[in-house]
Design a protein around this ligand. Structure first.
Ligand SMILES: Cc1cc2nc3c(=O)[nH]c(=O)nc-3n(C[C@H](O)[C@H](O)[C@H](O)COP(=O)(O)OP(=O)(O)OC[C@H]3O[C@@H](n4cnc5c(N)ncnc54)[C@H](O)[C@@H]3O)c2cc1C
Length: 372
């Protein structure tokens, strides 16, 4: 399909990836991003084999892996700290590349933003879309800075609290707090940490290598909906949440001293069960399928969305057919991740019985290794 103008709302992981994928197909793309400073926090993100494969598809693998720590092995530990399993994951980008990667969010953002700009994507910061008027032939957009524009299609990649979702699908599901927070903190990377270590149980936690001498800890806790975290004293609060964790995690607690280094977030989830598009506007990433981080696939799904959307737009005759085909290719895969991520959290909180994690891990790996 020919498109003369594409607007992407949101310059996060999904929006940037979609912009890169669309530019590679030759479509003119503009991004608007609400955050004028375009900052992301400095802790890391786990990117699994399907993401490494997608980075290859986007022609970004070398730049991306140069900033990341590649690894093949996942090790699982009981709440007592005893190792209970280890398994390698597939090398989907080619035998010469690692299966998975740990990368700082700031580094991932820089790699994606640099490539998007090199490809000619226009980026406007501190701007939102106040109005979207779709007349069937195009979308007239009124921006928060007073300017206006007309686009062939609009891609809403504005995250879990998506305003674009509320604008085009006012009756769609809205996010809910699951009852857990996740805490993250950077540490020096010990030389023997060559893969991800996951500590199971009600005080679930993990250690993720990031390279550049760093690893990060993530830690889950159950919190009341009213719980709020102040910057001052954040390190002491995170230290207190290491109580009851496996010895390997508890042993790191005394190094959690910098309030500014603590990143604590409530877990929100949403899955839009109906259409992910209306007219010439389509939603991708957390805007339609925000999962909790238990299977570490939220960003992976958003990245794959961008690749698949560009692919379907190139093949289709009109935006609606492309959007329908995009949703068809993405729906079951995204739903599996959202539903099962939430189930793991519910099981950690004792809301449902224990899950067979070995079986769930096997099924998740098999599904996410499938071609997209
Ligand atoms: C604690 C935590 C840990 C996680 N860990 C992992 C992990 O290890 N691995 C993994 O794969 N995933 C992980 N995820 C999930 C991952 O971060 C998300 O799935 C991913 O960021 C979704 O990308 P997105 O582009 O859809 O949304 P976002 O990354 O949220 O980006 C949305 C962008 O849109 C902008 N925006 C918002 N509203 C507007 C507006 N009205 N107009 C313009 N711009 C707007 C925002 O400023 C932002 O830049 C984690 C999530 C959480 C909460």
């Amino acid at each position: 399909m020919r498109l003369n103008s594409v607007l992407v709302i949101g310059g996060g992981i999904g929006g940037l990836t979609a912009a890169i994928a669309l530019r590679r197909k030759g479509y003119p793309v503009e991004i608007i991003e609400k955050d004028a400073s375009w900052t992301v926090y400095g802790v890391g993100i786990i990117q699994q084999f399907n993401v490494v494969r997608a980075m290859g598809t986007l022609g970004l693998l070398e730049e991306y892996l140069a900033e990341a720590f590649g690894f093949d092995l996942t090790e699982m530990f009981a709440p007592t700290g005893q190792k209970i399993a280890e398994f390698p994951t597939p090398r989907l980008a080619g035998e010469q590349y690692p299966s998975n990667a740990g990368i700082r969010r700031t580094d991932l953002q820089r790699v994606l933003a640099t490539r998007a700009k090199e490809l000619g994507v226009g980026v406007r910061l501190g701007v939102t879309a106040e109005t979207l008027a779709d007349d069937g032939e195009g979308v007239d957009v009124g921006f928060s800075d007073g300017s206006r524009g007309r686009y062939d299609i609009v891609v809403g990649a504005d995250g879990v609290f998506s305003r674009t979702r509320a604008q085009i699908l006012p009756d769609a599901q809205t996010p809910r707090y699951t009852g857990q927070w996740v805490w993250r903190y950077n540490f020096p990377q010990p030389p023997d940490l060559q893969g991800i270590r996951i500590f199971t149980g009600p005080h679930s936690a993990g250690l993720v290598p990031l390279g550049k001498g760093l690893m990060y800890m993530f830690l889950l806790s159950q919190e009341e909906p009213e719980f709020r975290l102040a910057k001052e004293g954040a390190a002491a609060v995170m230290r207190s949440r290491t109580r009851g964790t496996a010895p390997q995690i508890a042993a790191l607690a005394e190094q959690i001293t910098d309030d500014d280094g603590v990143v604590g977030r409530p877990l929100q989830t949403v899955f839009v069960d109906g259409a992910w598009h209306k007219g010439r506007v389509v939603l991708i990433g957390d805007a339609v399928h925000a999962c909790t981080p238990h299977l570490a696939q939220g960003a992976g799904l958003a990245i794959e969305d961008g690749v698949v959307l560009a692919d379907e737009l190139e093949k289709a005759d009109d935006p609606q057919s492309a959007f329908a085909a995009f949703q068809e290719r993405r729906f079951d895969r995204a739903k599996f991740i959202v539903v099962n991520s939430v189930r793991i959290g519910d099981s950690q909180m004792g809301k449902i019985g224990n899950l067979d994690m070995a079986d769930l891990n096997r099924r998740t790996i098999a599904l996410m290794a499938q071609p997209i």
